[in-house]
Design a protein around this ligand. Structure first.
Ligand code: ARG
Length: 462
């Protein structure tokens, strides 16, 4: 019978465009396995509640197994006029395989409202697990590079103006710590995703004394959602995933931006492996950092999905409303984008060539003006005063058209301030400047090693 699942009270036909507008199967079929798994657990629970005999239960479970095989082998035949979504499609097909008399008992007390929320959470749970794995791989690759490239120094920038020398590994680790926070937030989020809405029914709960705790356990959830109205209405787990992704992709984007700048000929600090670059159709010499630009660009896409869905749920009345069907496309796309982006970023950092000589050549003596001021601080001069004295040295070097403050010579330095001693010449050493930054979080070697150790500890637990 080509009857819609909910066709009982209807006599009029659905408008053809409405049919298309309403369907979600074209994208929610992605959750076919979760839908089947949820239904199999539901059959066990309804059997336990005395709705199904053990025979009926087993018939349903093995029938659903056949439906699963059809999806897996790409032989599931969709009937567009009645298969509205993955839930109706699977139930329709189950009825054809085992007969509608038994198949018709499966949905007792259940609604697509608790069913779809269950499917989504089951699906997302696995995807988040995968994302966590990719994030850890990215962190591992970053830490490896930081260890192996610990000796390279480069200019640190503020306002993209040369500021103070830092270690390249310090730069790497700065991003790693942002992503570490993402990892922590992801683990929090996973807890909230993994709660069972199954058994909430359409909105009011289950009237057949269904053991929801048993059902939750069967499906590997950490407990049940405690209120049936919110069980079917809650899409905070979708919003939160989109928000998490927005912030994480924002970190990806900022990381990419630095590398895009560093890979220009003007900087020349790094080059991307061919595997993550593309060429120009017109200019034969070009090698573009397309991977990084896409990583930066796709963060905007994720941000849009987050904002869009947040608008969708804002102001919805209680319990289920069809607006909620709009959760899937942004979430699916976001998850794919995040998974791909993390893998690309890992590939980029693992294969990146760095040029320590060019990094070093970009260091200029004016970047040690703070160290020159600090020299006098160590002799007891107040910093506000030393700042001016060092500034006068920079001005003097500029006036004399010297390459840097180190070229002024002791005599000139002493003419600017007599407290400059012979040992002032030691200041003009980039390595020294870096090594002086030895407090926690600084860019000296020991501190960066400590950062690496901190992160490695977390990753070992992962
Ligand atoms: N396809 C729907 C969705 O994705 C399933 C739930 C439909 N429930 C309903 N009462 N119309 O949200």
């Amino acid at each position: 019978s080509k009857l819609k699942l909910w066709g009982g009270r209807f006599t009029g036909k659905t408008d053809p465009l409405m049919q298309m507008y309403n369907e979600s199967l074209s994208y929610d079929k992605r959750m076919y396995a979760q839908d089947i798994r949820g239904s199999q657990a539901y059959a066990r629970a309804t059997c336990k509640a005395g709705i199904l005999t053990t025979e009926e239960r087993d018939t349903i479970i093995s029938g659903l197994e056949k439906v699963r095989e059809e999806w897996a082998s790409n032989t599931f035949v969709i009937h567009p006029e009645i298969d509205e979504d993955i839930h109706t499609a699977n139930e329709r097909r189950l009825g054809e395989i085992i007969g509608t008399h038994i198949a018709g008992k499966l949905h007792t007390g259940r609604s697509r409202n608790d069913q779809v929320a269950t499917d989504m959470r089951l699906w997302l749970r696995d995807e988040l697990e995968e994302i966590e794995g990719y994030l850890i791989e990215f962190l591992r690759a970053t830490v490896e590079r930081a260890e192996e490239q610990i000796d390279a120094l480069l200019p640190g920038y503020t306002h993209v103006q040369r500021a103070q020398p830092i270690r390249w590994s310090h730069w790497l680790m700065s991003h790693a710590f942002m992503f570490l926070s993402d990892l922590e937030r992801l683990r929090e989020l996973k807890k909230r995703v993994n709660k069972s809405p199954l058994g909430c029914g359409a909105l009011a709960g289950n009237p057949f004394n269904l053991d929801r705790e048993f059902l939750a356990k069967e499906l590997g959830f950490d407990g049940c959602i405690q209120n049936s109205l919110i069980g079917v209405a809650d899409r905070d787990f979708v919003v939160e995933t989109l928000q998490w992704s927005t912030l994480m992709m924002n970190h990806v984007s900022r990381w990419s931006e630095d590398l895009i700048i560093y890979s220009t000929a003007e900087f020349g600090f790094v080059t991307l492996a061919d595997a993550y670059s593309t060429g120009s159709s017109l200019m034969p010499q070009k090698k573009n950092s397309d991977s990084l630009e896409l990583l930066r660009g796709k963060s905007g896409r994720v941000f849009g999905q987050m904002a869009g869905f947040l608008y969708t749920v804002k102001g919805l009345p209680s319990s289920y409303n069809k607006d909620l069907q709009e959760d899937k496309e942004p979430l699916f796309d976001c998850v794919t984008t995040v998974q791909n982006s993390l893998q690309i970023a890992t590939g980029v950092v693992a294969t990146l060539t760095i040029y320590p000589e060019k990094m070093k050549a970009a260091l200029t003596m004016d970047m040690l003006a703070t160290d020159l001021a600090d020299y006098l601080v160590r002799k007891g001069v107040p910093f506000r005063e030393t700042h001016h004295i060092s500034g006068a040295c920079v001005r003097e070097a500029e006036k004399r058209k010297l390459s840097g403050i180190d070229q002024l010579g002791l005599e000139v330095l002493q003419s600017i301030d007599e407290r400059f001693g012979e040992d002032v010449l030691e200041v003009f050493d980039f390595e020294r400047s870096v090594e002086l930054r030895s407090s926690t979080g600084g860019t000296c070697k020991a501190s960066v090693i400590k950062q690496i150790e901190e992160l490695t500890k977390v990753l070992q637990r992962a």
